[in-house]
Ligand binder design. Sequence first.
Ligand SMILES: *Cc1c(COP(=O)(O)O)cnc(C)c1O
Length: 387
Amino acid sequence: MAYRAGRHFLQIPGPSPVPERIVRASSAAVIDHRGPDFADLGHSVLSGMQRIFQTQSPVVIYPSSGTGAWEAALSNLVGPGDRVLFYETGQFAALWKQMADRLQLKGDVISGDWRTGVDANRIEDALRADTAGSIRAVCVVHHETSCGITSNIRAVRDAIDATGHPALLLVDSISGLASVEYRHDAWGADVTISGSQKGLMLPPGLGFNALSERAIDASKLCATPRSYWDWDDMLAANANGYFPYTPVTTLLYGLREAIAMLEEEGLDNVFARHQRLGDACRAAVAHWGLETVCQNPAEHSNVLTGVMMPDGVDADAVRRIILERFDMSLGTGLGKLKGRAFRIGHLGDINELTLMGTLSGVEMGLGLADVPHRAGGLEAAMQVLKQ
Ligand SMILES: *Cc1c(COP(=O)(O)O)cnc(C)c1O
């Protein structure tokens, strides 16, 4: 590929751009993962991730994508024939349910419209209807990346508690963690699943399970055959700062740097920055006269903005023009939003001017693709950023 001047704008909602500091940290020499120096790195990332998840309980780190971390959570807790309740907030919730089918779980689905988040009342109703208490786990996506919708996880926990039902709460915060507020302990999650390539600003390749004491106890009673994903082996080795098999040492160097960067900025400031950039992006979209995919203002994503295209416009054609002309990648519409929406990522290592560059590429692209819109979205975004 011929050199293109300037930098590529990777404005997809994960993988997000990897900052220079993390690239450099990840390039250090690989060390003996059973040698005396490794334990410092191991302890540092394991305790650091407890602070990022806001939990006192252990966090398990896998050499995997987020999908692997989904499978890890399921295979330590449930097995063939077990009932698991899913809430279809969008494509990622649907894919997680599909995995449950392949693992021969009995997945019940509360269907959604892909434009609003989890309605905790519907989870409460489903659990009340399960008088036998046979549903073993409730699986919800905290931040639905296919639509740009954030769901209220504390409300889900409260709904489960209100019924007195024993189901565990499993939460996918693969794209929410480290960009928008997430509190594993305070919100009562039993397992929170995450990945490295979104808010953590790392390349793809690490998967996470944040656990609760209840989840660890339940896993000891779970007879599902498992090996690579087994929490027991992980927790035993992690206690001394090591891993049961070869970890991705280079990504762990990067993770240590990412945790340091997030803590230098301060998690609350990180969340406030994402809020400000999300507000500005939505102001531009509203000015253009286009609809966001998310229809509930309380659930708007600060990680990405899903933009609906008017009928008859192919969202992927708009993306293609923007990539060719301005060297910027935007997220494609997933599942039933394919061709109908595109997604503007504004997560991770991004500031005001990165967002303004992104929005200018989008506005020029709308013009070139003849998408009916009102010019001047950038001015609307700048008004928000100047406040
Ligand atoms: C990215 C993402 C996934 C999938 O993670 P992979 O690393 O691609 O396996 C799952 N759920 C959500 C919400 C995501 O954003």
